[in-house]
Write a protein that binds this ligand. Structure first.
Ligand SMILES: NC(=O)C1=CN([C@@H]2O[C@H](COP(=O)(O)OP(=O)(O)OC[C@H]3O[C@@H](n4cnc5c(N)ncnc54)[C@H](O)[C@@H]3O)[C@@H](O)[C@H]2O)C=CC1
Ligand SMILES: O=C(O)C(=O)CO
Length: 386
């Protein structure tokens, strides 16, 4: 049995016990829960990644719902413990839920929530930042300045790539991939090639309309293409950004072979999940191709990097911060809390998880619904008519 963990308690007399495995930004999420008769317990233990045993200890004998984190392993052991404690509600504070065994949740009748939409633009902006930083060698140049090495302007100093007129490739053009594509097309006048299992009609219409606008002002129009295969993107794009979900079809999508099809001076950005890239193969590729650059927010074995990666000047690495804007993180906390609350209170599930704005308006009471439950259909949960 794990040692007892330190917790902060809000509204001790609340009827429903809701546990959050981490302190989360803002207070709106706490207020929304306590207003609806929840006792909120927040784990304040100074340990970044909680083990399954730690979380079982947190769940205890009576628990109605848990808000968890993407670093935790939500499978058979945790869902059975939650069910034994009388709980039927769980939400990841994340849109990605590859850390959750949804089949195990289904087995115990536990609803699994996630937090789509509120992090789309913030995550796309970080992908755009990594693309720019790699293209213009910003991190290398910053290190050079701080090391006192700058002794005057030189024609060859930190020469990088101009994005305008180049091709941006997006793999996984869902919410975030499409938002990133729009930023790169509109912001830098890049042409677009994308690969997704589904057609992104809205994205195509956006680029078409922008191309028309450019034409009308006498500028060269941008173009778009939906690639028939990922290979087409790899061969044609100058900057490639990865935004698919992580599942069996996307594990090591980028590996030794697929890397070899990319342009020698391409830029690769990953703000999806680390295992989408075979990181060992990537380190080799970076060594062999010094003009190839990469911007990584996520890693195969987080929090670790594969040997050699930290030494590569042509890699920019940041610690999984793509969704880290204040508004987004507070919104993620709100959506996660409302997912759990909605299930506890027997509210229906919001009909469109791509349209979660009504839950995020601080001045208005949120709709009586769970914003996004990924196994709602399997559990036969009712859908909101609002
Ligand atoms: N680094 C970070 O902090 C963050 C990472 N993420 C990651 O980004 C992912 C995407 O998020 P959203 O855009 O909101 O999800 P989404 O569901 O809107 O988009 C994912 C897209 O990937 C596509 N896809 C699935 N399998 C594919 C395949 N084999 N090849 C090509 N495309 C494929 C889907 O059709 C879909 O369009 C999340 O699942 C999460 O893992 C999300 C937010 C922040
Ligand atoms: O939401 C996610 O999936 C993240 O990775 C963190 O925002």
């Amino acid at each position: 049995m794990a040692k007892p963990v330190s917790i902060e308690v809000w509204n001790p007399n609340g009827k429903y016990r809701v546990v959050s495995t981490k302190p989360m930004p803002g207070t709106r999420w706490i207020n929304l829960l306590i207003e609806q008769d929840c006792r909120v317990e927040i784990c304040t233990q100074k340990k970044t990644i909680l083990s399954v045993e730690d979380i079982i200890a947190l769940i205890g004998d009576k628990c109605d719902g848990v808000i968890g984190q993407l670093t935790e392993d939500w499978g058979e052991a945790l869902f059975s413990a939650l069910r034994r404690a009388g709980g039927t509600a769980f939400s990841n504070m994340a849109v990605g839920y590859n850390n959750v065994d949804v089949k195990a949740a289904n087995k115990y009748g536990v609803a699994v929530g996630n937090t789509p939409g509120v992090l789309t633009e913030t995550t796309a902006e970080l992908a755009a930042s990594l693309s720019l930083s790699a293209a213009r060698r910003i991190v290398e140049a910053d290190e050079f300045m701080r090391a006192g090495l700058y002794d005057g302007w030189l024609p060859h100093l930190f020469v990088g790539n101009l994005l305008k007129g180049q091709t941006v490739g997006v793999i996984g053009a869902g919410r975030i991939g499409s938002a990133y594509a729009r930023m790169m097309v509109e912001g830098f006048k890049m042409n677009l090639i994308y690969y997704d299992l589904y057609q992104s009609t809205r994205l195509e219409k956006f680029v078409t309309a922008y191309a028309e606008f450019l034409k009308s002002t006498g500028e060269k129009p941008v173009t778009w293409k939906r690639a028939a295969s990922m290979d087409e993107v790899l061969r044609e794009a100058d900057v490639i950004s990865l935004h698919p979900v992580l599942d069996k079809t996307t594990f090591h999508l980028i590996n030794k072979e697929t890397l070899s099809r990319m342009k020698k001076e391409a830029i690769l950005v990953n703000c999806s999940r680390g295992p989408v890239i075979d990181e060992v193969a990537l380190v080799e590729h970076l060594k062999e191709n010094p003009m190839f650059r990469v911007g990584l927010d996520v890693f195969e074995d987080e929090p670790y990097m594969k040997p050699g990666l930290a030494d590569m000047k042509n890699a920019i690495v940041v610690p999984h911060i793509a969704s880290a804007s204040k508004w987004t993180r507070e919104g993620m906390a709100t959506l996660a809390a409302l997912n759990v609350l909605g299930k506890i209170k027997g509210y229906p599930v919001w009909s469109d998880p791509n349209r979660v704005e009504p839950f995020l308006n601080e001045n208005v009471r949120p709709p009586a619904a769970s914003p996004s439950i990924v196994n709602a259909k399997v559990l036969g949960l009712p859908v909101s008519k609002l």
